[in-house]
Structure formats: structure tokens, C-alpha cells
Design a protein around this ligand. Structure first.
Ligand code: HEM
Length: 178
């Protein structure tokens, strides 16, 4: 019998999971790189402009993912999982969702601090709904950085747990998302 029967995530959830995982990790690396470029570096504005555009796009995909997740509840965790591991998995998943929301929101708050909207791939402009405030750029920049670090830590815990289930416990947790 296939141990994944009735236990696997549907293909939409799997595409959203792996597609977003790749794009979010690229965004973290790209963000750290772009933020450390010199203002006069020819790449500075282009790198940040792509970072902002992709971030807005990811936020849209995140909203779709949240709707999909609310409409399609995942199969329960296997019975052999101890309670502490269930709690840990639950909290890390919440931390991941919280960071995925806070990163674009704080990024938007930094980018609109001068009163200008966010140009998205040159296709359209996301208006600046918040009032201009130059000081916001600094403290929201720090918040964006802190959330990025928390996001990386949550991803490390999440990946470590998935690998432990696959190679040590040898259960179907990783395969059901694959
Ligand atoms: C969606 C996921 C996102 C991730 C994972 C992400 C990640 C990062 C990271 C790691 C940095 C470097 C932080 C630092 O070293 O100070 C950064 C910088 C930055 N991000 Fe994002 N970001 C995201 C979304 C956005 C969005 C949607 C915007 C704007 C609409 C944005 C605007 C910025 C700006 C302007 C900086 C430079 C901040 C500075 O120079 O202090 N980010 N981002």
C-alpha cells in the first residue's frame, strides 16, 4: 500500500510551497547583496528595483497561498509524532507565515517613506498609501533586516526537521510535500 495515500498535499499546495521557497531564499540573498551595494554602484538601483518588484509579486502569491491553505486543510500529522514535535512544527510554520507577511509589508514601508509608490517591473505602480516620513526608512529598514534574520532561522529549523523526518525517522513527512 502507498503510505502517502490520503496523506499527500495537493499539487497546487506543492507548487506554491517549492516555488515560493526558491523565490524567498533568492530574495533573502539578493536583499543582503543589494543593501550592501554602494549608492553610486551602477547595480544599486536596478538590484533594489528588482527586489521590490519580486517582493510585491511574492506578496500576491502569498495571499493566494493563504486562501488555498484555508480552503484545503492538510492531512493530519502521523500518530507516532511526539507532542513536543507537533508544537514545534506548528510554531515554526506560524513564524514562517508571519515573516512572509512582515517582509513585504516592512519592505513596502521602507520604499514608500519618501512618498513615492513602488514601481513593479515597469508594468504598474503600487501607490504609496502611507504618509511620507523619512525617519520610517531607517527603523523599518532595521525591522526588515531583523525579520529577514528570523525568517532564515525559521527556515533552518523547518529544513532540519524535514531532513530528520526523512533520514532518521524515515517517515513520509518530506515525501508528502514532494
Ligand atoms: C517578500 C520577501 C522579501 C524578502 C525575503 C526580503 C529580504 C530582504 C533582505 C534580506 C534585505 C537586506 C536587509 C539588510 O541587510 O538591511 C532586504 C533589503 C531591502 N528590501 Fe526586502 N525583502 C522582501 C520583500 C521586499 C519588498 C516587497 C520590498 C519593497 C516593496 C523590499 C524592499 C527592500 C529595500 C528597500 C531594502 C534595502 C533596505 C536598506 O537598504 O536598508 N523588500 N530585503
Amino acid at each position: 500500500m502507498n503510505t502517502l495515500d490520503g496523506f499527500r498535499f495537493d499539487w497546487v499546495a506543492r507548487c506554491l510551497h517549492w516555488g515560493m521557497a526558491i523565490l524567498l531564499l533568492a530574495m533573502v540573498g539578493w536583499g543582503f547583496y543589494a543593501a550592501r551595494l554602494n549608492f553610486y554602484d551602477p547595480l544599486y538601483h536596478r538590484a533594489l528595483s528588482w527586489h521590490r518588484s519580486l517582493g510585491v509579486l511574492l506578496f500576491g502569491i502569498l495571499l493566494l497561498r493563504i486562501v488555498w491553505r484555508l480552503l484545503h486543510r492538510p492531512a493530519p500529522l502521523p500518530d507516532h509524532m511526539p507532542a513536543w514535535e507537533r508544537h514545534a512544527a506548528h510554531w515554526v510554520q506560524w513564524a514562517l507565515y508571519l515573516c512572509m507577511v512582515l517582509l513585504p509589508v516592512t519592505g513596502y514601508a521602507i520604499s514608500t517613506a519618501d512618498g513615492r509608490g513602488v514601481d513593479v517591473f515597469g508594468w504598474w505602480e503600487l501607490p504609496a498609501w502611507l504618509p511620507p516620513d523619512k525617519g520610517r526608512e531607517t527603523w523599518m529598514g532595521t525591522t526588515h533586516w531583523i525579520v529577514s534574520i528570523l525568517f532564515c532561522l525559521s527556515v533552518i529549523m523547518h529544513v532540519t526537521a524535514a531532513l530528520k523526518h526523512h533520514f532518521v525517522d524515515r517517515d513520509a513527512i518530506l515525501r508528502r510535500m514532494w
